[in-house]
Design a protein around this ligand. Structure first.
Ligand code: SF4
Ligand code: SF4
Length: 484
């Protein structure tokens, strides 16, 4: 096995051997990204605002008594979109989990890391919240770099202090939201009301998570996507040349070359005369301005092709479009497209056989999920004969004992009663059971069925019971009755 010596790699191939954010000696190369402007950034701002609002409010919204989203691993309580999942719903969670993975596979194989760029909380918070605060306090990339490499004067001290304070405060809010997903928002609000001293262990956990979030957004940043996130790693196995991703159109862009004075004059003339700019002899449309690199939050050059570090944030599309508009060339030199499509001049089909095959599996799994949800019940009943018993005789007739389990998956207490629908001549008597099932509880108890003297005489009789709930739902269950 040969080992590649990084020092022997040609400069233009260096990106293959090194991470843009790590220097050859292993030290961090800090990325000072420029603020992007353009249509994709505006759309991402809208999507991010919706996502952050949803993420923060979801634990505080309740549907039929359930928290909208709850992932209480400690008490094994899970609620997704207001629907509670119980340990006996494990099969459903497993199918959902599998469907989630296949959904990721289908999406990544067809439209790349759309999740990373648009929906991942790490990117949304980093690019739309924390980096914006940093720009507001510390200015653009040039000012930030100057300050970082300059002395610790008053200006640097107050800006750094303010940045740390604001980052820490937002991280504290995020840690609280995170806890409301794990503990439930009601528990969290109760703990807040009680004060930190009443729950010191929990408060210590809260400070710990605040610190973790703070470090992720203040220091770790793009390294979380590069080193810690498994999805970024798997992505390389899922995408191919047909995957639509943020791509540089090298057919149109190469040979890249900076604009000289003549080019600028020619451009001004063409623009003033309202005609399209002429292409420079022997050169492509890329004017090698590096604007796509300066906005990149992971510090890479999209012109090198699809790279592991690219989170498909679209900032380079906006940056390049801005340049193209300024110089009078067609925007879209960097755009959402596939490598094959670039090579084929935009004529490569979006739906490849691989994507179609994945999509069929996905549709099948979604049908299974849909069916399982359709037949799933919020209220359930289990009737079993009392173990080790057959019958007893008394002056009233012959009696059998049963065990009863009533499951209430709703967020409300549920009154109920049970009647025998057939055959006639059988009577049911509850043995000290409460008349309602508490919310999210399994009510266990016993009852007795007595065959009166008038009923038909059979040594093995099927008995049908009906459970009637206060909300109008009914369930029938059949059991057997034994007699001498
Ligand atoms: S290369 Fe473009 S899309 Fe990829 S991370 Fe950088 S700016 Fe975002
Ligand atoms: S912003 Fe566009 S024109 Fe400028 S270097 Fe990047 S790809 Fe080339």
């Amino acid at each position: 096995m040969s080992v590649v010596d990084v020092n022997e790699v040609e400069d233009h191939e260096r990106f293959r051997a090194e991470l843009a954010s790590i220097q050859p000696d292993g030290r961090r190369r800090w990325i000072f990204a420029r603020k992007p402007r353009g249509r994709f950034t505006r759309w991402r701002e809208v999507v991010s605002a919706i996502l952050v609002s949803f993420l923060v409010s979801a634990p505080f919204v309740h549907v039929r008594g359930h928290q909208f989203l709850l992932l209480n691993i400690i008490d094994r309580e899970f609620v997704l979109f207001g629907m509670p999942f119980w340990p006996n719903d494990f099969y459903l969670v497993a199918v959902l989990f599998l469907t989630g993975i296949v959904t990721f596979v289908v999406i990544t194989a067809s439209i790349g890391r759309i999740w990373c760029g648009w929906l991942c909380p790490q990117t949304v918070f980093m690019e739309m919240v924390f980096r914006r605060i940093e720009w507001a306090i510390n200015g653009g990339p040039v000012e930030q770099a100057k300050r970082k490499h300059g002395p610790w004067n008053a200006d640097r001290l107050w800006r750094t202090g303010l940045t740390i304070g604001v980052f820490f405060a937002i991280s504290f809010v995020i840690a609280n939201v995170f806890l409301s997903y794990v503990l439930s928002s009601n528990t969290l609000l109760r703990y807040i009301y009680d004060g930190p001293l009443a729950h010191t262990e929990l408060f210590a956990g809260l400070v710990f998570f605040t610190f973790v979030f703070f470090m992720v957004f203040y220091r770790f940043r793009e390294q979380a996507c590069l080193i810690a996130c498994p999805y970024g790693r798997y992505m390389s196995a899922l995408v191919d040349e047909s995957t639509v991703a943020v791509t540089y159109d090298f057919v149109r862009g190469e040979q890249r070359a900076k604009w000289g004075k003549d080019d600028a004059q020619m451009q001004r003339k063409a623009l003033s005369e309202g005609r399209a700019i002429e292409h420079r002899q022997g050169h492509g449309d890329c004017i090698d301005c590096h604007q796509c690199v300066t906005v990149c939050p992971t510090g890479i050059d999209i012109r090198n092709g699809i790279q592991l570090e690219c989170v498909n944030c679209t900032a380079c599309i906006d940056a390049c479009d801005e340049v193209m508009n300024k110089v009078g060339l067609q925007p879209g030199l960097v755009r959402y497209t596939s490598l094959r499509s670039v090579e084929a001049g935009g004529k490569h089909p979006f739906l490849t056989r691989r994507v179609i095959a994945y999509s069929i599996v996905w549709v099948l799994l979604m049908s299974v999920v849909g069916t399982l949800f359709a037949i799933r019940k919020d209220l359930d009943v289990v009737v079993l004969r009392q173990e080790g018993t057959t019958w007893v005789t008394s002056t009233d007739g012959v009696a059998n004992f049963y065990r009863l389990q009533l499951i209430n998956k709703t967020g409300l207490p549920m009154p109920y009663h049970i009647v025998i629908t057939s055959p006639p001549g059988y009577e049911l008597k509850m043995l000290g059971m409460p008349s309602q099932i508490a919310s999210m509880q399994i009510l266990k108890g016993r009852f007795i069925i007595t065959r009166t003297r008038q009923a038909s005489v059979s040594s093995h009789q099927a008995v049908v019971l009906k459970v009637v709930y206060a909300d109008g739902q009914q369930q029938q269950v059949e059991t057997s009755f034994l007699a001498p």
